[in-house]
Design a protein around this ligand. Structure first.
Ligand code: 5AD
Ligand code: SF4
Length: 480
């Protein structure tokens, strides 16, 4: 799942209800989100919970009564960015002492009471499973009490909460299908900050997707740390190991492949995307479902992390480079037009030049359409931090990362050049940043296409002939 720092905020109409402790009518909450798509999706759940209690959301920090920052701990840099924002919010609080500052998400979970009690730079700390408690936590601050809830749950999926779509283009939306992660990749803080993996009731997922479609949305992205391990079994969804189920139980359960098919069947006019796939869990059955439905977008984010078997083992990824290459072969066999992207970490513990060359060779093998590439950043209390030495010097990490990025840029450009002269169906998402007279959307393969607006509108499916490209964008002209 990829990481971008972007501000989320928006004015929405809250459904005002009476609150026991305080009348929140008109009380304004400003929400900023960092990190993965899951965080952006969670902020929409937070907005829903608070507007349900009479709050309004605002895009303007100066107007806010409550500032919430939904945080990311994945790399140290992400936490530093958020700390800078907390400094800005505290300056605002100097001007307006009644301002309430809350930290949500992974950093809240990781640091627990530290930001509140030791550093004293926030009033509320709420972990990813504590958002239902937010109105109560604000009420506690109103009463002058400390407000912390970092309890992780084995059940919470917020299944019944209808997210308030923040900064929505009215065309594309995220739907969370699982929370947490059980994989324990040794470099990763997520299993500690987001807790155990749990799947959401399929009925609630389908109802949310149908509701979005009825409201005019034309694309949903199903989100989870590892969507392939989605499994709903029986009435309570109790997660079992699929392989241990009897044939009858397997028939009754909903796997990711089955869920995908059900969402795809809502309408051929509704595009379906998903993120993130895991190389050890992505099944042929799922790939067959993907191939069967035109409206399931032909794009898979399949993070490899490293091309070296030795490093993959140390990372506890659960697959070898040969296994990964077999998955790639299978994808290309079943869907020759499918785009594939990856996450790659440069300079993990003990990584030698040879390991690094294995990663570059893997990139040459797959020729990823997109890549998200990072220097290894040691995270406190992860398995890698406890067991291994972060022994690759910073300048070596950076040089290797630069080589990985250069190769990816070359592959992305080659791929885009090969698209010139072809036609693609584009779902229009917005007006182009470059010009009011151009629209921007994406192909099924997730590549951005910009073309002259003519009489087309946001939300339309438009067939576009590609005339030119840059490394990141295709340029074209509508042909119908
Ligand atoms: N250092 C660098 N990158 C990391 N990621 C996760 N943890 C770390 C870390 N400690 C990357 C992985 C993952 C993506 C979301 O972030 O590549 O797939
Ligand atoms: Fe982290 Fe691995 Fe889980 Fe992804 S699959 S969230 S990298 S532990």
């Amino acid at each position: 799942m990829e990481f971008q720092n972007k501000v989320i905020d928006e004015a929405v109409q809250g459904t005002a209800t009476v609150l026991e402790s305080k009348n929140n009518e008109g009380r304004k909450v400003y929400i900023e989100s960092y990190g993965c798509q899951m965080n952006f999706s969670d902020s929409e759940i937070v907005a829903s919970i608070l507007t349900g209690k009479g709050y309004q959301t605002t895009q303007h920090l100066e107007e806010a009564d409550v500032v919430l920052v939904n945080t990311c701990s994945i790399r140290d840099k992400a936490e530093q960015t958020i700390r800078q924002r907390l400094t800005v919010f505290n300056k605002e609080k100097k001007k307006k002492p009644e301002l309430i500052i809350g930290v949500l998400g992974c950093m809240a979970e990781r640091l627990k009471t530290q930001l509140l009690e030791e550093e004293k730079i926030v009033d509320i700390v709420a972990g990813p499973d504590a958002y239902r408690d937010l109105p109560n936590l604000v009420a506690q601050v109103d009463e002058g009490k400390r407000a912390v809830n970092v309890i992780l749950s084995k059940e919470e999926t917020y299944a019944d909460i209808s997210p308030v779509r923040l900064l929505s283009n009215g065309v594309t939306a995220f739907i969370s299908i699982t929370r947490g992660c059980d994989n324990m990749c040794t470099f990763c803080v997520v299993p500690f900050t987001r807790g155990r993996e749990r799947s959401r009731n399929p009925e609630s997922i389908l109802a949310e997707a149908q509701d979005l479609f009825n409201k005019g949305f034309r694309e949903v992205t199903l989100l989870g740390q590892n969507v392939d391990s989605y499994l709903w079994y029986g009435e309570d969804g109790l997660k079992k190991n699929y392989e241990t189920l009897s044939e009858e139980e397997k028939a009754q359960s909903t796997t990711f492949a089955k869920l995908m098919e059900k969402v795809a069947l809502i309408s051929p006019q509704l595009r379906v995307r998903f993120s993130t796939s895991h190389p050890k869990d992505i099944t042929d059955e799922f790939l067959e479902v993907m191939a069967k439905y035109d409206n399931i977008c032909k794009y898979i984010h399949l993070p490899v992390q490293s091309g070296s078997n030795c490093i993959l083992e140390l990372m506890n990824r659960g697959y070898t480079r040969e296994w990964y290459m077999n998955r790639i072969d299978k994808i290309k066999e079943i869907m020759p037009d499918c785009a594939i992207s990856s996450d790659i970490i440069a300079g993990f513990c003990t990584e030698t030049e040879e390991d690094h060359q294995d990663t570059l060779a893997m990139m040459d093998y797959v020729k990823y359409d997109f890549g998200y590439m990072f220097n290894y950043s040691e995270r406190p209390n992860t398995l890698a931090q406890r067991k291994f030495k972060d022994d690759v010097p910073q300048e070596v990490k950076s040089r290797r990362l630069a080589e990985i990025i250069a190769k990816q840029n070359q592959h992305s450009l080659e791929r885009n050049k090969a698209y010139v002269g072809k036609t693609f169906e584009v779902l229009v998402e917005k007006t182009s940043k470059r010009s009011e007279n151009e629209l921007a959307g994406r192909t099924s393969q997730n590549t951005v296409v910009v073309f002259p607006k003519e009489n087309y509108n946001i939300g339309d499916y438009v067939t576009v002939f590609i005339t030119d490209c840059t490394g990141g964008t295709l340029l074209g002209k509508a042909v119908g």
